[in-house]
Design a protein around this ligand. Structure first.
Ligand code: CDP
Length: 235
């Protein structure tokens, strides 16, 4: 039985659904869909690391010369703007989706994500976005470092081959060849290794392996968990 003290503590917990997991595990698309089902807003923390990386690249194309100070100064051009259902990372006030998702940024973002002050900057923006709004956040450490009190924590995993295939279908809008999937699997596995220290599975996170799930099924599972938690805190 729950005590009145823990009941009120439960009610004070921020309405946050935290979705973490490795590269291309479907966090962002799932989080966006979950947020729209629940009438919450989506925040993609990875987009901020990508935006800081893109901004640093605009300032200094040779990433070997990047220092934490340079990346932080470059990230001052990045803003997180509230849209109707999702927050958007902007570069110099403009959308730069293709640049953020491109190879140049993707191959350097783990380097930037290892910088402690860059992590503080991202975490601050994400927490600010959650003030006064229920949010679904996705990243690597949302359920641990950023929102340890999140009501619902999910850790999404999937077989690397399947993750690579999904990422390529999203990118090419066609079925990829076996050779393309093999190459992308390699890239993802390398990025997972570079991101290992910042990828944290919370002990109270629900692990969902999406290898054999459709996106609709994984969204339905998370929405059900969130509704269950909402009922528990209201009741
Ligand atoms: O979509 P994908 O999983 O490929 O990557 P993302 O979520 O856009 O994140 C891009 C990169 O940002 C990752 O490879 C990590 O290096 C970093 N990241 C992080 O360190 N912590 C987070 N909370 C989110 C992303």
């Amino acid at each position: 039985m729950t005590s009145p003290v823990s009941d009120s503590a439960e009610r004070r917990r921020p309405l946050v659904v935290a979705i973490d997991g490795p590269a291309a595990s479907g966090k962002s698309s799932t989080a966006k869909w979950v947020a729209s089902e629940l009438g919450m807003r989506h925040v993609d923390s990875g987009a901020l690391y990508r935006a800081a990386t893109a901004s640093a690249l605009r300032r200094e194309p040779d990433s070997a010369k990047w220092t934490e100070d340079l990346v932080l100064a470059a990230s001052s051009t990045v803003t997180l703007v509230a849209g109707e259902t999702t927050f958007h990372a902007r570069l110099d006030g403009a959308a730069a989706e293709a640049e953020l998702r491109g190879k140049d940024v993707t191959s350097r973002v783990s380097l930037v994500a290892r910088m402690p002050r860059v992590r503080e900057w991202v975490n601050g923006l994400v927490r600010q976005a959650a003030e006064g709004h229920p949010v679904v956040v996705d990243g690597r450490d949302m359920g641990t470092a950023v929102f340890p009190q999140a009501r619902v924590k999910i850790f999404l995993v999937a077989d690397p081959w399947e993750r690579a295939k999904r990422r390529l279908i999203q990118r090419f809008e066609r079925q990829p060849t076996e050779a393309e999937i093999a190459e992308e699997t390699d890239t993802l596995v390398h990025r997972d290794a570079k991101d290992e220290s910042q990828t944290q599975r919370a002990v109270d996170a629900v692990l969902i392996d999406t290898t054999y799930l459709t996106q609709e099924e994984q969204v339905a599972r998370i929405v059900a968990l969130a509704r269950q938690s909402q009922r528990a805190s209201a009741g």
